[in-house]
Design a protein around this ligand. Structure first.
Ligand SMILES: CC(=O)SCCNC(=O)CCNC(=O)[C@H](O)C(C)(C)COP(=O)(O)OP(=O)(O)OC[C@H]1O[C@@H](n2cnc3c(N)ncnc32)[C@H](O)[C@@H]1OP(=O)(O)O
Ligand SMILES: CC(C)C(=O)C(=O)O
Ligand SMILES: [Mg+2]
Length: 517
Protein backbone atom coordinates (compact mmCIF):
# COMPACT_ATOMS: atom_id res chain seq x y z
CA UNK A 1 0.00 0.00 0.00
CA UNK A 2 1.47 3.38 -0.94
CA UNK A 3 2.04 5.73 1.98
CA UNK A 4 0.93 9.35 2.21
CA UNK A 5 3.50 12.07 2.91
CA UNK A 6 3.62 13.42 6.44
CA UNK A 7 4.97 16.99 6.42
CA UNK A 8 7.55 17.64 9.14
CA UNK A 9 7.34 21.25 10.30
CA UNK A 10 10.20 22.10 12.63
CA UNK A 11 9.70 24.97 15.06
CA UNK A 12 12.94 24.67 17.07
CA UNK A 13 13.93 28.18 15.96
CA UNK A 14 10.58 29.70 17.01
CA UNK A 15 8.72 27.72 19.70
CA UNK A 16 11.98 26.06 20.77
CA UNK A 17 13.49 29.47 21.25
CA UNK A 18 10.59 30.40 23.54
CA UNK A 19 12.16 28.18 26.24
CA UNK A 20 13.59 30.56 28.83
CA UNK A 21 17.33 30.81 28.19
CA UNK A 22 17.25 29.10 24.79
CA UNK A 23 17.66 32.21 22.69
CA UNK A 24 19.82 32.04 19.59
CA UNK A 25 21.77 34.56 17.59
CA UNK A 26 21.05 35.07 13.91
CA UNK A 27 24.14 33.07 12.92
CA UNK A 28 23.23 30.23 15.25
CA UNK A 29 19.76 30.11 13.73
CA UNK A 30 21.25 29.93 10.24
CA UNK A 31 23.59 27.15 11.36
CA UNK A 32 20.73 25.12 12.81
CA UNK A 33 18.50 25.85 9.81
CA UNK A 34 21.17 24.51 7.42
CA UNK A 35 21.31 21.36 9.50
CA UNK A 36 17.51 21.06 9.44
CA UNK A 37 17.65 21.42 5.67
CA UNK A 38 20.16 18.54 5.56
CA UNK A 39 17.79 16.55 7.73
CA UNK A 40 15.24 17.18 4.95
CA UNK A 41 12.72 18.93 7.19
CA UNK A 42 9.83 20.15 5.00
CA UNK A 43 9.16 23.44 6.76
CA UNK A 44 11.44 25.44 9.07
CA UNK A 45 9.73 28.01 11.28
CA UNK A 46 12.63 30.42 11.64
CA UNK A 47 11.12 32.86 14.12
CA UNK A 48 8.59 35.60 14.72
CA UNK A 49 9.68 38.44 12.45
CA UNK A 50 7.66 41.14 14.23
CA UNK A 51 9.01 40.19 17.67
CA UNK A 52 12.27 42.14 17.50
CA UNK A 53 14.70 43.56 14.94
CA UNK A 54 17.05 40.67 15.82
CA UNK A 55 14.41 38.05 15.07
CA UNK A 56 13.44 39.83 11.84
CA UNK A 57 17.09 39.64 10.73
CA UNK A 58 17.30 35.99 11.76
CA UNK A 59 14.20 35.00 9.75
CA UNK A 60 15.54 36.97 6.77
CA UNK A 61 18.97 35.33 7.01
CA UNK A 62 17.47 31.84 7.25
CA UNK A 63 15.13 32.60 4.33
CA UNK A 64 18.10 33.69 2.23
CA UNK A 65 20.27 30.70 3.21
CA UNK A 66 17.93 27.75 2.91
CA UNK A 67 16.55 26.48 -0.41
CA UNK A 68 15.69 22.83 0.25
CA UNK A 69 13.07 23.48 2.95
CA UNK A 70 10.22 25.97 3.10
CA UNK A 71 10.96 28.83 5.53
CA UNK A 72 8.18 30.20 7.67
CA UNK A 73 7.61 33.11 10.04
CA UNK A 74 4.95 33.33 12.72
CA UNK A 75 2.70 36.42 12.87
CA UNK A 76 -0.23 37.43 15.06
CA UNK A 77 -3.46 38.15 13.20
CA UNK A 78 -2.37 41.77 12.80
CA UNK A 79 -1.34 43.61 9.64
CA UNK A 80 1.96 44.83 11.10
CA UNK A 81 3.05 41.32 12.14
CA UNK A 82 2.05 39.86 8.77
CA UNK A 83 3.85 42.62 6.86
CA UNK A 84 7.03 42.00 8.89
CA UNK A 85 6.78 38.27 8.16
CA UNK A 86 6.25 38.92 4.44
CA UNK A 87 9.21 41.30 4.30
CA UNK A 88 11.55 38.94 6.19
CA UNK A 89 10.58 36.09 3.88
CA UNK A 90 10.92 38.06 0.64
CA UNK A 91 14.23 36.36 -0.23
CA UNK A 92 13.01 32.80 0.46
CA UNK A 93 13.01 30.22 -2.33
CA UNK A 94 9.87 28.85 -0.67
CA UNK A 95 8.20 30.94 2.03
CA UNK A 96 5.21 30.56 4.33
CA UNK A 97 3.40 33.05 6.54
CA UNK A 98 1.95 31.41 9.62
CA UNK A 99 -0.72 33.52 11.25
CA UNK A 100 -2.70 32.59 14.34
CA UNK A 101 -5.36 33.69 16.77
CA UNK A 102 -6.73 32.03 19.90
CA UNK A 103 -10.08 30.24 19.65
CA UNK A 104 -10.73 28.93 23.17
CA UNK A 105 -13.36 30.71 25.30
CA UNK A 106 -10.79 31.46 28.02
CA UNK A 107 -8.28 33.06 25.60
CA UNK A 108 -10.91 34.99 23.64
CA UNK A 109 -12.57 36.39 26.76
CA UNK A 110 -9.61 37.17 29.01
CA UNK A 111 -6.58 37.55 26.75
CA UNK A 112 -7.90 38.90 23.46
CA UNK A 113 -11.03 40.44 24.97
CA UNK A 114 -12.79 39.77 21.71
CA UNK A 115 -16.08 38.09 20.86
CA UNK A 116 -16.02 34.87 18.80
CA UNK A 117 -17.42 36.87 15.85
CA UNK A 118 -14.56 39.36 16.06
CA UNK A 119 -12.05 36.52 16.22
CA UNK A 120 -13.43 34.93 13.04
CA UNK A 121 -13.39 38.30 11.32
CA UNK A 122 -9.78 38.94 12.38
CA UNK A 123 -8.70 35.46 11.30
CA UNK A 124 -10.20 35.91 7.84
CA UNK A 125 -8.66 39.37 7.43
CA UNK A 126 -5.25 38.03 8.54
CA UNK A 127 -5.30 35.10 6.13
CA UNK A 128 -6.34 37.39 3.27
CA UNK A 129 -3.64 39.87 4.14
CA UNK A 130 -1.03 37.09 4.30
CA UNK A 131 -2.19 35.64 0.98
CA UNK A 132 -1.58 39.04 -0.57
CA UNK A 133 2.09 38.70 0.40
CA UNK A 134 2.76 34.98 0.10
CA UNK A 135 1.08 32.12 -1.73
CA UNK A 136 1.57 29.69 1.15
CA UNK A 137 -0.36 30.59 4.29
CA UNK A 138 -0.89 28.58 7.45
CA UNK A 139 -3.57 29.45 9.97
CA UNK A 140 -3.47 28.24 13.59
CA UNK A 141 -6.31 28.15 16.11
CA UNK A 142 -4.29 28.82 19.24
CA UNK A 143 -5.46 26.74 22.23
CA UNK A 144 -7.56 24.55 19.94
CA UNK A 145 -7.18 21.79 22.53
CA UNK A 146 -9.54 23.75 24.80
CA UNK A 147 -11.75 25.19 22.06
CA UNK A 148 -15.34 24.23 21.21
CA UNK A 149 -15.61 21.95 18.21
CA UNK A 150 -18.50 23.88 16.58
CA UNK A 151 -16.51 27.11 16.77
CA UNK A 152 -13.39 25.43 15.43
CA UNK A 153 -15.40 24.10 12.44
CA UNK A 154 -16.66 27.60 11.75
CA UNK A 155 -13.31 29.42 11.93
CA UNK A 156 -11.40 26.70 10.06
CA UNK A 157 -13.90 26.74 7.19
CA UNK A 158 -13.63 30.55 7.02
CA UNK A 159 -9.80 30.45 7.08
CA UNK A 160 -9.66 27.92 4.25
CA UNK A 161 -12.17 29.98 2.28
CA UNK A 162 -9.91 33.02 2.83
CA UNK A 163 -6.92 31.18 1.36
CA UNK A 164 -5.14 29.20 4.09
CA UNK A 165 -3.69 26.00 2.68
CA UNK A 166 -2.57 24.59 6.04
CA UNK A 167 -4.78 24.51 9.12
CA UNK A 168 -2.96 23.91 12.37
CA UNK A 169 -4.70 22.58 15.48
CA UNK A 170 -2.42 23.33 18.42
CA UNK A 171 -2.74 21.86 21.87
CA UNK A 172 -1.12 25.01 23.16
CA UNK A 173 -1.18 24.16 26.85
CA UNK A 174 -0.60 20.40 26.56
CA UNK A 175 -4.06 19.58 27.94
CA UNK A 176 -5.18 16.99 25.40
CA UNK A 177 -5.27 13.20 25.75
CA UNK A 178 -4.54 11.03 22.70
CA UNK A 179 -7.93 9.40 22.05
CA UNK A 180 -10.16 12.50 22.37
CA UNK A 181 -7.57 14.68 20.57
CA UNK A 182 -7.44 12.25 17.63
CA UNK A 183 -11.25 12.16 17.58
CA UNK A 184 -11.42 15.96 17.58
CA UNK A 185 -9.04 16.28 14.63
CA UNK A 186 -10.87 13.51 12.72
CA UNK A 187 -14.24 15.12 13.42
CA UNK A 188 -12.99 18.52 12.22
CA UNK A 189 -11.72 17.06 8.97
CA UNK A 190 -15.08 15.29 8.45
CA UNK A 191 -17.28 18.26 9.35
CA UNK A 192 -15.50 21.18 7.65
CA UNK A 193 -17.00 21.22 4.13
CA UNK A 194 -13.84 22.53 2.41
CA UNK A 195 -11.34 20.49 4.47
CA UNK A 196 -10.06 18.80 1.30
CA UNK A 197 -8.54 22.16 0.25
CA UNK A 198 -6.09 22.26 3.17
CA UNK A 199 -3.53 20.11 4.93
CA UNK A 200 -4.44 19.56 8.57
CA UNK A 201 -1.60 19.97 11.02
CA UNK A 202 -1.08 19.53 14.76
CA UNK A 203 1.22 21.30 17.20
CA UNK A 204 1.28 19.61 20.60
CA UNK A 205 2.89 20.70 23.84
CA UNK A 206 4.25 18.34 26.42
CA UNK A 207 2.82 19.59 29.72
CA UNK A 208 1.44 16.12 30.49
CA UNK A 209 4.20 14.30 28.63
CA UNK A 210 1.77 13.42 25.81
CA UNK A 211 2.88 15.67 22.94
CA UNK A 212 4.15 12.85 20.73
CA UNK A 213 1.27 10.51 21.58
CA UNK A 214 -1.27 13.24 20.82
CA UNK A 215 0.46 14.10 17.54
CA UNK A 216 0.43 10.47 16.41
CA UNK A 217 -3.23 10.09 17.39
CA UNK A 218 -3.99 13.08 15.17
CA UNK A 219 -1.97 11.58 12.32
CA UNK A 220 -4.06 8.44 12.62
CA UNK A 221 -7.14 10.62 12.34
CA UNK A 222 -5.95 12.34 9.15
CA UNK A 223 -3.48 15.11 10.11
CA UNK A 224 -0.76 15.30 7.48
CA UNK A 225 1.60 17.83 9.07
CA UNK A 226 3.20 17.59 12.50
CA UNK A 227 4.87 20.55 14.19
CA UNK A 228 7.76 19.53 16.37
CA UNK A 229 11.19 20.51 17.65
CA UNK A 230 14.61 18.95 18.00
CA UNK A 231 15.05 17.42 21.48
CA UNK A 232 11.44 18.44 22.22
CA UNK A 233 12.66 21.95 23.06
CA UNK A 234 9.88 24.51 23.49
CA UNK A 235 7.71 26.68 25.67
CA UNK A 236 7.38 25.29 29.26
CA UNK A 237 7.63 21.45 29.10
CA UNK A 238 8.40 21.66 25.40
CA UNK A 239 6.90 20.56 22.10
CA UNK A 240 6.52 17.17 20.45
CA UNK A 241 10.00 15.93 19.69
CA UNK A 242 10.90 15.68 16.01
CA UNK A 243 13.15 12.67 16.45
CA UNK A 244 10.46 10.72 18.30
CA UNK A 245 7.76 11.48 15.74
CA UNK A 246 10.01 10.64 12.80
CA UNK A 247 11.30 7.41 14.28
CA UNK A 248 7.86 6.30 15.47
CA UNK A 249 6.56 6.75 11.93
CA UNK A 250 9.53 4.94 10.46
CA UNK A 251 9.58 2.10 12.99
CA UNK A 252 5.84 1.44 12.88
CA UNK A 253 5.33 1.42 9.13
CA UNK A 254 3.35 -1.78 9.78
CA UNK A 255 0.45 0.21 11.20
CA UNK A 256 0.93 3.83 10.08
CA UNK A 257 0.01 4.80 6.54
CA UNK A 258 2.28 7.87 6.35
CA UNK A 259 5.97 8.39 5.72
CA UNK A 260 8.33 11.35 6.07
CA UNK A 261 11.19 12.42 3.83
CA UNK A 262 13.58 12.94 6.77
CA UNK A 263 17.16 11.67 6.47
CA UNK A 264 17.34 10.25 9.97
CA UNK A 265 21.12 9.81 9.90
CA UNK A 266 21.40 13.53 10.67
CA UNK A 267 19.20 13.34 13.78
CA UNK A 268 21.92 12.90 16.42
CA UNK A 269 24.27 15.59 15.02
CA UNK A 270 21.31 17.99 14.83
CA UNK A 271 20.32 17.18 18.39
CA UNK A 272 23.89 17.84 19.54
CA UNK A 273 24.02 21.12 17.66
CA UNK A 274 20.78 22.37 19.21
CA UNK A 275 21.92 21.28 22.65
CA UNK A 276 25.30 23.00 22.25
CA UNK A 277 23.84 26.22 20.92
CA UNK A 278 21.12 26.52 23.55
CA UNK A 279 23.09 25.10 26.47
CA UNK A 280 20.22 22.67 27.19
CA UNK A 281 21.77 19.22 27.75
CA UNK A 282 19.90 16.16 26.49
CA UNK A 283 18.89 13.83 29.32
CA UNK A 284 20.67 10.44 29.06
CA UNK A 285 17.43 8.46 28.84
CA UNK A 286 15.87 10.69 26.16
CA UNK A 287 14.41 8.55 23.35
CA UNK A 288 16.56 8.36 20.19
CA UNK A 289 19.11 11.04 21.10
CA UNK A 290 19.92 10.38 24.77
CA UNK A 291 23.31 8.78 25.31
CA UNK A 292 21.67 5.68 26.84
CA UNK A 293 19.07 5.30 24.10
CA UNK A 294 21.00 2.41 22.55
CA UNK A 295 23.03 1.30 25.58
CA UNK A 296 22.53 -2.06 27.28
CA UNK A 297 23.68 -2.47 30.87
CA UNK A 298 22.04 -5.62 32.15
CA UNK A 299 23.39 -9.08 31.41
CA UNK A 300 20.22 -10.60 30.00
CA UNK A 301 19.82 -7.71 27.56
CA UNK A 302 23.50 -7.79 26.58
CA UNK A 303 23.27 -11.54 26.00
CA UNK A 304 20.13 -11.10 23.88
CA UNK A 305 21.61 -8.28 21.79
CA UNK A 306 24.81 -10.24 21.19
CA UNK A 307 22.80 -13.22 19.96
CA UNK A 308 20.34 -11.20 17.88
CA UNK A 309 20.28 -7.39 17.98
CA UNK A 310 16.52 -7.08 17.50
CA UNK A 311 15.80 -8.88 20.78
CA UNK A 312 16.19 -5.55 22.55
CA UNK A 313 16.57 -2.93 19.82
CA UNK A 314 13.72 -1.65 17.68
CA UNK A 315 15.93 0.79 15.73
CA UNK A 316 19.56 0.79 14.67
CA UNK A 317 21.74 3.40 16.35
CA UNK A 318 23.58 4.15 13.10
CA UNK A 319 20.26 4.88 11.33
CA UNK A 320 19.73 7.92 13.55
CA UNK A 321 23.31 9.12 13.32
CA UNK A 322 25.09 7.53 16.29
CA UNK A 323 28.79 6.94 15.64
CA UNK A 324 28.75 7.54 11.96
CA UNK A 325 32.47 8.40 11.87
CA UNK A 326 33.84 6.55 8.85
CA UNK A 327 37.13 8.39 9.36
CA UNK A 328 38.41 8.56 12.91
CA UNK A 329 39.60 12.06 13.62
CA UNK A 330 42.62 12.35 15.89
CA UNK A 331 45.90 14.17 16.18
CA UNK A 332 47.19 12.77 12.89
CA UNK A 333 44.22 14.02 10.87
CA UNK A 334 44.62 16.80 8.34
CA UNK A 335 42.60 19.79 7.30
CA UNK A 336 40.71 17.95 4.55
CA UNK A 337 39.34 15.22 6.81
CA UNK A 338 38.49 17.87 9.38
CA UNK A 339 36.68 20.06 6.85
CA UNK A 340 34.85 17.13 5.30
CA UNK A 341 33.58 15.85 8.68
CA UNK A 342 32.39 19.33 9.63
CA UNK A 343 30.70 19.60 6.27
CA UNK A 344 28.83 16.36 6.98
CA UNK A 345 27.77 17.89 10.29
CA UNK A 346 26.38 20.90 8.46
CA UNK A 347 29.08 23.27 9.69
CA UNK A 348 30.48 25.66 7.13
CA UNK A 349 33.11 28.32 7.64
CA UNK A 350 32.73 31.88 6.51
CA UNK A 351 36.45 32.12 5.71
CA UNK A 352 39.66 30.10 5.50
CA UNK A 353 40.84 32.02 8.58
CA UNK A 354 37.87 30.73 10.60
CA UNK A 355 38.62 27.18 9.44
CA UNK A 356 42.26 27.60 10.42
CA UNK A 357 41.33 28.83 13.92
CA UNK A 358 39.03 25.86 14.44
CA UNK A 359 41.67 23.48 13.03
CA UNK A 360 44.29 24.82 15.45
CA UNK A 361 41.91 24.23 18.36
CA UNK A 362 41.15 20.76 17.00
CA UNK A 363 44.87 19.88 17.05
CA UNK A 364 45.19 21.15 20.63
CA UNK A 365 42.22 19.03 21.63
CA UNK A 366 43.55 15.98 19.77
CA UNK A 367 46.74 16.20 21.80
CA UNK A 368 44.68 15.81 24.95
CA UNK A 369 42.08 13.34 23.71
CA UNK A 370 42.57 10.10 21.75
CA UNK A 371 39.56 10.23 19.54
CA UNK A 372 37.55 13.25 18.50
CA UNK A 373 33.83 12.60 18.20
CA UNK A 374 31.23 14.62 16.32
CA UNK A 375 30.06 16.08 19.62
CA UNK A 376 33.60 17.36 20.29
CA UNK A 377 33.65 19.05 16.90
CA UNK A 378 30.31 20.76 17.47
CA UNK A 379 31.53 22.07 20.82
CA UNK A 380 34.84 23.14 19.38
CA UNK A 381 33.23 25.19 16.61
CA UNK A 382 30.80 26.79 19.04
CA UNK A 383 33.75 27.60 21.29
CA UNK A 384 35.74 29.15 18.39
CA UNK A 385 32.76 31.25 17.35
CA UNK A 386 32.00 32.30 20.89
CA UNK A 387 35.63 33.32 21.37
CA UNK A 388 35.57 35.26 18.13
CA UNK A 389 32.88 37.66 19.27
CA UNK A 390 33.76 41.01 20.82
CA UNK A 391 36.33 40.12 23.43
CA UNK A 392 36.39 42.51 26.31
CA UNK A 393 37.75 39.79 28.57
CA UNK A 394 40.11 37.01 27.53
CA UNK A 395 41.50 34.10 29.50
CA UNK A 396 45.28 34.24 29.26
CA UNK A 397 46.27 31.69 31.94
CA UNK A 398 44.96 30.14 35.09
CA UNK A 399 46.08 27.87 37.89
CA UNK A 400 43.92 26.33 40.57
CA UNK A 401 45.06 24.62 43.75
CA UNK A 402 42.59 22.28 45.33
CA UNK A 403 43.79 20.09 48.24
CA UNK A 404 41.92 18.02 50.79
CA UNK A 405 41.32 20.11 53.89
CA UNK A 406 42.35 23.40 52.25
CA UNK A 407 40.34 26.20 50.69
CA UNK A 408 40.76 26.15 46.90
CA UNK A 409 42.79 29.01 45.44
CA UNK A 410 42.64 30.29 41.86
CA UNK A 411 45.26 32.45 40.16
CA UNK A 412 43.95 33.94 36.93
CA UNK A 413 45.54 36.11 34.25
CA UNK A 414 42.86 37.91 32.32
CA UNK A 415 43.19 40.10 29.26
CA UNK A 416 40.95 43.12 29.83
CA UNK A 417 40.62 45.86 27.22
CA UNK A 418 44.10 45.09 25.85
CA UNK A 419 45.87 44.82 29.23
CA UNK A 420 46.81 41.70 31.14
CA UNK A 421 45.85 41.58 34.80
CA UNK A 422 46.67 38.98 37.44
CA UNK A 423 44.39 38.20 40.36
CA UNK A 424 43.86 35.49 42.89
CA UNK A 425 40.88 34.45 44.96
CA UNK A 426 39.71 31.69 47.24
CA UNK A 427 36.36 29.98 46.92
CA UNK A 428 34.27 27.16 48.30
CA UNK A 429 35.36 25.02 45.35
CA UNK A 430 37.78 25.42 42.41
CA UNK A 431 35.10 26.81 40.09
CA UNK A 432 33.86 29.24 42.73
CA UNK A 433 37.47 30.42 43.28
CA UNK A 434 37.95 31.00 39.53
CA UNK A 435 34.68 32.92 39.16
CA UNK A 436 35.56 35.08 42.17
CA UNK A 437 38.99 35.83 40.71
CA UNK A 438 37.47 36.80 37.35
CA UNK A 439 34.90 38.98 39.09
CA UNK A 440 37.65 40.93 40.87
CA UNK A 441 38.55 42.30 37.44
CA UNK A 442 35.18 42.30 35.72
CA UNK A 443 33.11 43.62 38.63
CA UNK A 444 30.04 42.82 36.50
CA UNK A 445 27.53 42.79 39.38
CA UNK A 446 25.67 40.17 37.39
CA UNK A 447 23.82 37.33 39.07
CA UNK A 448 24.78 33.76 38.24
CA UNK A 449 21.45 32.19 37.23
CA UNK A 450 22.67 28.85 35.96
CA UNK A 451 25.86 26.82 35.98
CA UNK A 452 25.73 23.46 34.27
CA UNK A 453 28.39 20.97 33.23
CA UNK A 454 27.78 18.34 30.61
CA UNK A 455 30.24 15.64 29.55
CA UNK A 456 30.19 15.79 25.76
CA UNK A 457 31.22 12.18 25.22
CA UNK A 458 31.91 9.32 27.60
CA UNK A 459 35.31 8.53 29.14
CA UNK A 460 37.51 10.46 31.53
CA UNK A 461 39.26 12.22 28.63
CA UNK A 462 35.89 13.56 27.47
CA UNK A 463 35.41 17.29 27.04
CA UNK A 464 33.26 19.05 29.58
CA UNK A 465 30.86 21.59 28.17
CA UNK A 466 29.84 24.30 30.59
CA UNK A 467 26.95 26.71 30.35
CA UNK A 468 26.87 29.82 32.49
CA UNK A 469 23.82 32.07 32.54
CA UNK A 470 24.22 35.59 33.93
CA UNK A 471 21.51 38.13 34.63
CA UNK A 472 21.96 41.84 35.02
CA UNK A 473 19.18 44.41 35.08
CA UNK A 474 16.71 42.00 33.45
CA UNK A 475 19.14 41.14 30.68
CA UNK A 476 20.03 37.46 30.49
CA UNK A 477 23.02 36.04 28.63
CA UNK A 478 24.37 32.53 28.14
CA UNK A 479 28.08 31.73 27.96
CA UNK A 480 29.50 28.44 26.73
CA UNK A 481 32.92 26.91 27.19
CA UNK A 482 34.35 23.51 26.34
CA UNK A 483 37.59 21.89 27.43
CA UNK A 484 38.88 18.55 28.67
CA UNK A 485 39.50 20.38 31.97
CA UNK A 486 36.11 21.35 33.37
CA UNK A 487 37.52 24.18 35.53
CA UNK A 488 39.03 25.77 32.40
CA UNK A 489 35.75 25.12 30.54
CA UNK A 490 33.95 26.91 33.40
CA UNK A 491 36.29 29.90 33.22
CA UNK A 492 35.79 30.10 29.43
CA UNK A 493 32.01 29.93 29.81
CA UNK A 494 31.99 32.64 32.49
CA UNK A 495 34.21 34.92 30.40
CA UNK A 496 32.09 34.21 27.35
CA UNK A 497 28.98 35.30 29.24
CA UNK A 498 30.75 38.46 30.49
CA UNK A 499 31.68 39.32 26.89
CA UNK A 500 28.05 38.83 25.89
CA UNK A 501 26.96 41.19 28.66
CA UNK A 502 29.52 43.73 27.51
CA UNK A 503 28.36 43.58 23.87
CA UNK A 504 25.08 45.09 22.73
CA UNK A 505 24.88 43.02 19.56
CA UNK A 506 21.53 42.08 18.09
CA UNK A 507 19.95 39.00 19.64
CA UNK A 508 16.90 37.25 18.41
CA UNK A 509 14.93 36.49 21.51
CA UNK A 510 11.37 37.80 21.28
CA UNK A 511 11.61 39.88 24.41
CA UNK A 512 15.12 40.92 23.48
CA UNK A 513 16.55 40.11 26.87
CA UNK A 514 17.77 36.53 26.58
CA UNK A 515 21.02 36.19 24.76
CA UNK A 516 22.92 33.13 23.70
CA UNK A 517 26.60 32.71 22.94
C1 LIG B 1 1.27 30.01 21.75
C2 LIG B 1 2.39 30.81 21.24
O1 LIG B 1 3.50 30.31 21.24
S1 LIG B 1 2.07 32.32 20.63
C3 LIG B 1 3.64 33.01 20.29
C4 LIG B 1 4.27 33.42 21.54
N1 LIG B 1 5.50 34.07 21.23
C5 LIG B 1 5.75 35.30 21.64
O2 LIG B 1 4.95 35.96 22.29
C6 LIG B 1 7.10 35.81 21.34
C7 LIG B 1 7.02 37.10 20.55
N2 LIG B 1 6.27 38.13 21.24
C8 LIG B 1 6.73 39.40 21.38
O3 LIG B 1 7.85 39.75 21.06
C9 LIG B 1 5.75 40.41 21.87
O4 LIG B 1 4.79 39.76 22.69
C10 LIG B 1 5.06 41.11 20.64
C11 LIG B 1 6.09 41.96 19.92
C12 LIG B 1 4.47 40.10 19.68
C13 LIG B 1 3.93 41.99 21.14
O5 LIG B 1 4.42 42.85 22.14
P1 LIG B 1 3.48 43.96 22.78
O6 LIG B 1 2.92 44.80 21.70
O7 LIG B 1 4.29 44.62 23.82
O8 LIG B 1 2.23 43.18 23.40
P2 LIG B 1 2.19 42.15 24.60
O9 LIG B 1 3.11 41.01 24.34
O10 LIG B 1 2.36 42.83 25.90
O11 LIG B 1 0.68 41.65 24.51
C14 LIG B 1 0.23 40.90 23.42
C15 LIG B 1 -0.88 41.67 22.67
O12 LIG B 1 -1.17 40.93 21.47
C16 LIG B 1 -2.54 40.50 21.48
N3 LIG B 1 -2.57 39.22 20.79
C17 LIG B 1 -2.15 38.04 21.26
N4 LIG B 1 -2.28 37.12 20.32
C18 LIG B 1 -2.79 37.73 19.24
C19 LIG B 1 -3.11 37.28 17.94
N5 LIG B 1 -2.90 36.02 17.60
N6 LIG B 1 -3.59 38.16 17.07
C20 LIG B 1 -3.78 39.46 17.42
N7 LIG B 1 -3.48 39.93 18.64
C21 LIG B 1 -2.99 39.08 19.53
C22 LIG B 1 -2.89 40.42 22.95
O13 LIG B 1 -4.27 40.45 23.15
C23 LIG B 1 -2.19 41.68 23.47
O14 LIG B 1 -2.94 42.79 23.02
P3 LIG B 1 -3.10 44.15 23.90
O15 LIG B 1 -1.72 44.77 23.90
O16 LIG B 1 -4.09 44.93 23.11
O17 LIG B 1 -3.56 43.72 25.26
C1 LIG C 1 1.43 29.84 17.68
C2 LIG C 1 0.99 28.47 17.96
C3 LIG C 1 1.11 27.56 16.76
C4 LIG C 1 1.69 27.86 19.11
O1 LIG C 1 2.90 27.86 19.24
C5 LIG C 1 0.84 27.17 20.06
O2 LIG C 1 -0.39 27.31 20.00
O3 LIG C 1 1.39 26.47 20.93
MG1 LIG D 1 3.51 26.31 20.70
Amino acid sequence: MSKQPLIIFDTTLRDGEQSPGASMTRDEKVRIALMLEKLRVDVIEAGFAAASPGDFEAVKAVAESVTGSRVCSLARALDRDIEAAGEALAGAAQGRIHTFIATSPIHMQYKLQMSPEQVVERAVAAVQKARGLCDDVEFSCEDAGRSELDFLCRIVEAAIEAGASTINIPDTVGYALPVPFGEMVGELIRRVPNSDKAVFSVHCHNDLGLAVANSLAAVNAGARQVECTINGLGERAGNASLEEIVMAVRTRQDILDVETRIDATHIVPTSRLVSTVTGFPVQPNKAIVGKNAFAHESGIHQDGVLKHRETYEIMRAEDVGWHTNAIVLGKHSGRNAFRSRLDELGIQFASEAELNDAFALFKQLADKKHEIYDEDLQALVTDTRAAARAERFRLVAMEVTSKTGETPLARVVLGHDGEERRVEAQGSGPVDAVFKAIEQIADSQAELELYSVNAITSGTDSQGEVTVRLQKGGRIVNGLGADTDIVIASAKAYINALNALASRGARTHPQGVHEGP
